[in-house]
Write a protein that binds this ligand. Structure first.
Ligand code: BTN
Length: 252
């Protein structure tokens, strides 16, 4: 990052948090997981050589196009709170991106894929280690189809939707401002204050979907989430099933 962009970021984010901006790293999440200490800090990279997505998938991270962002915060909860936290952050991120895309509705595919017209625009990977949460966020900002070839699912970017190049600095600054607000709220009140917004953003509610849970594939009708953030589904035999984790997909 140029010196002037660093200053712009510091100026816009209004926070006194250590921020490391790298030209290249393996993965900003991995970097923060292996950075000693327990302080709150941010790592942003211009490219990742081993960007990681959910379900051990690679996260395509070409140089200078997108946002590859991770933040480390103290988080004194067990793994059970992780899925709720990822939903709360997806609501925050979706709301933030929606402000940049008035008139183009965004939605969230459980648990935390941000979609625009069923194409993925952003994803979240949260990892917990010894009282710390590493919140990794990838946003497709300026990537155009020629660079997105390796991606194996429908995707879009802010630039593809808006039709012009997007400045990544204000978006990074907004993430740095909003994430601690979202985390504090989740730590104090859990998922409850995010549920109403989730309902409005839910890409799956009422739709026929399939969940991959380990090796099991289950189909049914999505019925929103419960207060802990688990996906609720009614199967074709009328059985109510609740999933704490898994990979969802919309069936046409
Ligand atoms: C997903 O599969 O939807 C989650 C994608 C998360 C990607 C981000 S990019 C910054 C951070 N570093 C990584 O290696 N992954 C996350």
């Amino acid at each position: 990052m140029t010196a002037s962009n660093k200053l712009r970021l510091l100026d816009l984010c209004e926070q006194n948090i250590p921020i490391e901006w790298l030209d290249e790293t393996d993965s900003t999440n991995t970097r923060l997981l292996s950075t000693p200490g327990t302080d709150t800090r941010i790592c942003i990279a211009d490219s990742q050589t081993q960007g990681r997505g959910q379900h051990a998938r690679p996260w395509h991270s070409p140089k200078g196009e997108n946002i590859y962002f991770s933040a480390r915060y103290p988080f004194q909860h067990d793994l059970g709170a992780l899925s709720g936290l990822s939903l709360a952050i997806s609501v925050m991120l979706c709301t933030l991106l929606q402000e940049m895309l008035p008139g183009t509705p965004l939605s969230i595919k459980w648990p935390n894929d941000i979609l625009c017209q069923n194409q993925k625009i952003a994803g979240i990977l949260i990892e917990l280690r010894s009282g710390l949460a590493i919140v990794g966020i990838g946003i497709n900002v300026n990537m155009m189809p020629a660079l997105g070839n390796p991606i194996d699912q429908p995707w879009t970017s802010l630039r593809r939707i808006i039709g012009r190049e997007v400045d990544r600095i204000p978006l990074c600054a907004a993430l740095i401002r909003q994430l601690p607000v979202c985390l504090n709220r989740f730590e104090r009140e859990g998922l409850i204050p995010f549920l109403k917004q989730w309902e409005r953003l839910d890409a799956l509610a009422g739709k026929t979907i399939q969940i991959r849970c380990g090796t099991e594939l289950i189909q049914g009708q999505a019925q929103g989430i419960d207060p802990l953030g688990c996906l609720v589904m009614i199967t074709p035999t009328g059985e109510r099933r609740v999933f704490a984790s898994g990979e969802s997909c919309l069936l046409k």
